[in-house]
Design a protein around this ligand. Structure first.
Ligand SMILES: [Zn+2]
Length: 402
């Protein structure tokens, strides 16, 4: 499976993946998912929001056990974020068949569409739509950097944008959802474990900071006469680092657009996107408020106007405790034994987090010794990936039999 996925959307220069929702590489990955489903005799299903499903047994029976992840990527993403969960799902099913396991419940594998939000700026569009956490109007207004709206992009890819919307009936068939994911940090590397179980996803959000100054000639405008939004932006980047460090949180300006974007022009507009996450809501509020307050001060000092818009927000997600304990028990083998698997919090968002409001949900993490993610340096050793598949197979077997 890895050999087939490896070349799809891989940039020859950076070695990173560029699989953006509804684009060519994403569509190739989706074709691959369908082929994997059909090659295993699973029933392939495409839902109204473009999420792909593969079923063993009839999902209408309800209380289904579902696993899966996503196949799209961030710009120049690594090979594992997303695909490891999907590949492991198919591999775990193969393993369970080899073990001769007979399921009493339907088993599903899912590829959620547009998880990373790389193209339209909002993460987890497929699962948000299905869970009713994104309205059809909001989704129809999503626009990429080339001015292409989500509906036009879906249409161009051969999908029906008018069909999108909440899909509660489909989600109601799920009794438990387990997402396996490459770890996006080094906790497992530090504890020396191959596989961990998620406890919670930190609350996180994205904010857009528009600094508006005055475009002017870079050669002839006296420094004292300038209203340079780049200066206020740069000072705000430093403030973000400072506020996050003080609070034990994270805050990142990772994307910027500049107008007129000329090397010999003082900018008229600098638009920067802030991503911030913390272990709890109060801490996150403190960090973002602190950054905004500092940014306003810096802007005022330069005679620059600042508008701040919160573009997306996901509150803290506590994964289902009963399911998490059951999974830890399954993986720990002995009911009385102490947990053999570490339980970790994470600062990264996932479809599992979106679904957790509707469906009992859990996550497994596979060790990533570099701790790096959203980069070609993201890595998981083959032995650890195999341990992940075995753990996932054990969990699916345990859940499908309960
Ligand atoms: Zn992911």
């Amino acid at each position: 499976m890895w050999r087939e996925l490896q070349p799809i959307g891989r940039h020859p220069g950076t070695g990173g993946y560029r699989r953006f929702a509804w684009g060519g590489a994403d569509l190739e990955c989706r074709d691959w998912f369908r082929e994997q489903a059909e090659a295993r005799g699973l029933v392939y299903e495409l839902d109204r929001n473009g999420n792909q499903w593969a079923w063993l047994g009839d999902p209408a029976a309800g209380d289904a056990v579902v696993t899966g992840s996503h196949l799209d990527s961030v710009p120049d993403g690594g090979a594992f974020d997303g695909p490891l969960g999907v590949v492991s799902s198919f591999a775990a099913l193969d393993e369970l068949r080899a073990r001769g396991v007979r399921f009493t419940k339907p088993l599903g594998i899912v590829n959620f569409g547009d998880e990373e939000g790389a193209r339209f700026g909002l993460a987890c569009v497929g699962s948000r739509l299905s869970a009713g956490q994104l309205t059809v109007d909001q989704a129809h207004r999503l626009t990429d950097a080339d001015g292409v709206t989500l509906p036009r992009a879906m249409e161009a890819a051969g999908y029906d944008p008018e069909a999108i919307g909440p899909d509660r009936e489909r989600l109601a068939r799920i009794g438990a959802f387990v997402e396996l994911h490459v770890e996006q940090g080094r906790a497992l590397d530090i504890t020396g474990d191959r596989v961990g179980v998620a406890s919670a996803i930190w609350p996180h959000g994205r904010w857009r900071f528009d600094f508006r100054g005055e475009a002017n000639h870079a050669g002839t405008t006296r420094l004292a006469d300038r209203h340079d939004p780049m200066l206020s932006y740069a000072e705000s980047v430093l403030a973000a680092r400072r506020e996050a460090r003080l609070a034990g949180a994270v805050a990142t300006f990772g994307k910027i657009s500049v107008e007129p974007n000329g090397v010999n022009a003082i900018p008229s507009l600098v638009r920067g996107w802030l991503d911030s996450r913390a272990a709890d809501q109060a801490t996150l509020d403190t960090v973002v408020d602190g950054i905004e307050r500092a940014a306003r001060e810096y802007a005022e000092a330069q005679g620059v106007r600042l508008d701040v818009v919160r573009e997306s927000f996901t509150p803290v997600v506590e994964f289902d405790h009963a399911l998490r304990d059951e999974i830890a028990r399954i993986l720990g083998a002995d009911e009385d034994a102490e947990l053999k698997v570490p339980v970790l919090g994470t600062g990264a968002g996932h479809d599992a987090g979106i679904l957790s409001g509707t469906v009992p949900t859990a996550m497994l993490f596979v060790r990533n010794p570099t701790g790096v993610s959203h980069s070609p340096a993201e890595y998981a050793a083959e032995d650890d990936c195999v341990a992940g598949v075995t753990a996932l197979a054990d969990v699916l077997e345990g859940l499908a039999r309960r």
